[in-house]
Design a protein around this ligand. Structure first.
Ligand SMILES: [Mn+2]
Length: 233
C-alpha cells in the first residue's frame, strides 16, 4: 500500500541560501504512517501547484508572519520575518482549504492557517495581552510548561480529552479568528492555543509543539495519528 503523501513546509534562512527544517516533524509524521514530502518556500509562484501532489498539508513552526499579510503595521520587534515563506505558505494553505485537504498546523503554522482564513494575530503577547502567562518557555522543548482547556465537542477534545499540559515556544498568538475556523483550546490566560475547521476535524492547528512531546505523551502521538488517518480517507 502506498503511504499517504504529507506535504511539509520548510523554513528559509535569512540569507536565502538554504532551506531547513527540524527533523522531529518528519519523524512524527512517519511514525504515524505518513510519507513526508518537503515543500521548499523559495519560489512563491509555485505554491498552489504542489497541492495536487500531496494528500495532506503540514504547516511547521518558524518566525513571525510579515504583518502586512494581515493588514497590520509592525507593532513590535519581530522575529525572523521571511515574506517569501509567508506568501508561499498562505497560498498553499488557501489552496489546501479550497481543495478540502486535511491540514495539521503547528505553532507558526497555526498562525499561517488563521491569517490564510482572514484572521489576525497578537504580534507580541507580552506587550499586547496584559497578565498573560509566560508562553516563551526557557525549559527544554520536550517539557510541558502550561495547561490548556479543550473545548467540548471539538475534534481536538476527542483526541486530547478536556485538558492537557503542553510546551510553549511562541511570543505571538491568534487574535481575531479567521472565517471557517473555531477555537478548540485555550490557555488559562485566554490565549488561543488551538483552532479547527468548523466543518469537521480534518483541519487542526495547535500553538504548541507536539513533535517534541509525542514520544512521551500518547495523546500528542494521537494528534499525528488522527491527521494521517484523515489524510488516508
Ligand atoms: Mn502557549
Amino acid at each position: 500500500m502506498s503511504l499517504p503523501r504529507v506535504g511539509v513546509t520548510c523554513d528559509l534562512e535569512g540569507s536565502r541560501e538554504r532551506v531547513f527544517l527540524r527533523t522531529s516533524y518528519l519523524q512524527a509524521i512517519a511514525a504515524a504512517g505518513g510519507r513526508p514530502l518537503l515543500l521548499p518556500p523559495v519560489i512563491p509562484e509555485l505554491a498552489a501547484g504542489y497541492i495536487d501532489g500531496i494528500d495532506g498539508l503540514f504547516l511547521t513552526g518558524g518566525g513571525d508572519i510579515e504583518p502586512s499579510f494581515f493588514n497590520a503595521q509592525p507593532a513590535t520587534e519581530l522575529y525572523k520575518v521571511v515574506p517569501e515563506r509567508d506568501a508561499f505558505e498562505l497560498t498553499l494553505t488557501r489552496a489546501a482549504l479550497a481543495a478540502g485537504k486535511p491540514i495539521l498546523a503547528i505553532c507558526r503554522g497555526l498562525q499561517v492557517l488563521n491569517v490564510a482564513a482572514g484572521g489576525d494575530l497578537y504580534q507580541d503577547i507580552g506587550m499586547q495581552v496584559p497578565g498573560a502567562l509566560e508562553h516563551s518557555q526557557k525549559e527544554p522543548r520536550g517539557q510541558p510548561t502550561h495547561s490548556l482547556q479543550v473545548m467540548d465537542g471539538t475534534a481536538l477534545a476527542a483526541i486530547l480529552g478536556p485538558q492537557a499540559q503542553v510546551n510553549s515556544l511562541h511570543h505571538q498568538a491568534v487574535c481575531r479568528v479567521g472565517q471557517g475556523l473555531k477555537v478548540s483550546a485555550l490557555a488559562a490566560d485566554g490565549i488561543i492555543e488551538a483552532l479547527e475547521g468548523e466543518g469537521g476535524g480534518a483541519v487542526i492547528g495547535v500553538q504548541w509543539h507536539p513533535e517534541d512531546l509525542y514520544r512521551s505523551d500518547p495523546r500528542q502521538e494521537a494528534l499525528f495519528k488522527y491527521f494521517v488517518d484523515a489524510v488516508l480517507r
